[in-house]
Write a protein of this length. Structure first.
Lengths: 396, 100
């Protein structure tokens, strides 16, 4: 264009009237107990939004022209009204991309999914082999995911997504993941492990090493065009070359999270009171939270950059991921814990001397026989509603 | 999200003389900087970086040709090739299609 507009990154820093897309977690209930679960899911929360509450949110999203929502959980498909809500959203021009471990993706469900343009599905898989996957996601979860993929492929679902959280143990399997995706006519999506939810307890052992980060960056440069990343590796741009995508933290500016009880957080990886902007059940609903909450207004102000300002890579990585810093105890205007210039390690050593913030909500299973749910210190006490999360849910 | 900034993609020459329209599966959301386009079929997002290009898109379906739509939106002769390039990128990602 002749008139030189502000670069999009600058535009987005100051926020939009409506999110570009948002993550909506429909339930904290889950049949699995993944050791890195970003929302510490397991047990349903009795305060979760009702069907009518959810439809009211969808009405607002339609009015705000939010093109699609990323639906997750917990395991969203265990809500008995899941398909009803999906149908309602798509009838109201709000597309649905949902993440699932595959437990309810029967051949019948796959056939139904294949019939709609407004629906997209991503199956979570965190290892290209059962050993690597099940160590993180629990016994049998690899087989469940692969069965779901087979059902989708058999139903002719075009290009569903396989969603991988990159860890120290699966980063060497990226080529194998790609091969699995190709086998099913699916698209690979890889995202960054954050120290959020139960990930706060496992991040130290699971996050890729510095050497592995470099390998990941090279791999993304070679394969990035055909692999989705949800823009989550923008901290790697500090190696030199920009990666495909916006390379911007969109928290509270172009993205946000609605959690199962209707709380609105700046991003799905920031479930903590410090990033809680409001609740969709309050006056003015989601629209008001998005447009005028104090927290989101603050996040849309120009950021200082703090200690990172003088770094030559600041324009590329912009200090990295807010949630990753917060849950490792680092200052928000300092380096990312996985800073590729090596500023993270000394900062972490300093931060570990003091106390690190804990995720605010914990809906983990108290125990689930046969799974390795890590024990941690400092958890808040379990509440009285500790029941089997699937008790209230009927089969679809 | 998959992104695809409108004017940044290389694409074959664009037929300004033909009639065009938005793809029926595309939604347009006006923004301060221009607009967001979302294609529900390909699930791709595009950014329209100026108000003028948004006006061109709004005129496409009702004007006889893309060139007339551009003129109606206020594009002058000197800018026409730039707009043809932006439209070519949108055509390459199926955001707009030729009217039959």
């Amino acid at each position: 264009m002749t008139t030189a507009p502000l670069p999009l990154v600058e535009q987005f820093q100051y926020g939009l009237d409506s999110p570009i897309c948002l993550t909506w977690e429909l339930t904290y209930a889950c049949n699995l107990a993944c050791v890195h679960c970003l929302s510490s899911s397991g047990r349903r929360d009795l305060r979760e939004l009702s069907t009518a509450d959810c439809k009211a949110v969808i009405d607002e999203l339609e009015q705000m022209q939010v093109f699609y929502v990323n639906v997750g959980g917990g395991e969203p498909t265990v809500r008995p009204d899941f398909w009803e809500l999906v149908a309602y959203a798509t009838a109201h021009h709000v597309g649905v991309k949902f993440s699932t471990n595959g437990v309810k993706i029967t051949s019948e469900a796959a056939a139904r999914l294949a019939g709609s343009d407004y629906l997209d599905v991503q199956i979570s898989l965190d290892g290209a082999t059962p050993e690597v996957n099940d160590a993180v996601r629990g016994p049998g979860s690899y087989a469940t995911a692969l069965r779901a993929m087979q059902n989708l492929a058999d139903a002719g679902f075009p290009s569903f997504k396989i969603s991988v959280v990159v860890t120290r143990h699966n980063v060497s399997q990226l080529g194998d993941f790609k091969a699995i995706a190709d086998r099913f006519g699916a698209q690979l999506r890889i995202t960054r492990l954050r120290p959020s939810g139960r990930g706060a307890d496992t991040w130290d052992e699971l996050h890729p090493t510095a050497v592995q980060q470099r390998e990941l960056y090279e791999w993304l440069l070679d394969h990035g065009e055909n692999v989705l990343t949800g823009d989550s590796f923008f901290h790697l741009a500090a190696y030199g070359q920009k990666l495909p995508g916006l390379n911007l933290c969109g928290a509270g500016r172009v993205v946000c999270l609605i959690d199962p009880v209707g709380d609105v957080y700046a991003c799905p990886f920031a479930i903590h009171d410090s990033f809680l902007a409001g609740n969709v059940r309050n006056d003015g609903g989601f629209t008001r939270v998005w447009r005028s909450s104090q927290l989101f207004t603050d996040l849309r102000r120009p950021q200082t950059g703090g200690a990172c300002r003088s770094c030559s890579a600041f324009d590329s990585c912009r200090g990295g991921c807010m949630a990753a810093k917060f849950f490792t105890g680092l200052p928000l205007d300092g380096p990312d814990p996985e800073c590729v210039r090596g500023q993270g390690e000394p900062a972490l050593a300093l931060a570990n001397a003091v106390s690190v913030p804990r995720p605010s909500a914990d809906h983990s299973h108290r125990s689930l026989p046969g799974t390795a749910v890590p024990i941690s210190i400092g958890r808040r006490p379990d509440r009285t509603c500790d029941e089997n999360p699937l008790t209230d849910f009927s089969a679809v | 999200m998959s992104t695809n900034a409108a004017a940044d993609t290389t694409a074959p020459p664009f037929d300004l003389g033909a009639g065009w329209r938005l793809h029926p599966q595309v939604s347009v959301r006006p923004e301060r900087f221009g607009a967001l386009l979302y294609h529900f079929g390909t699930r791709r997002l595009s950014f329209v970086k100026t108000q003028t290009l948004l006006r061109v898109l709004e005129q496409l379906a009702t004007q006889r040709s893309a060139r007339i739509a551009c003129v109606a939106a206020g594009v002058d002769a000197g800018q026409m090739q730039e707009y043809a390039k932006a439209l070519a990128a949108l055509a390459a990602s199926s955001m707009i299609c030729e009217r039959s």
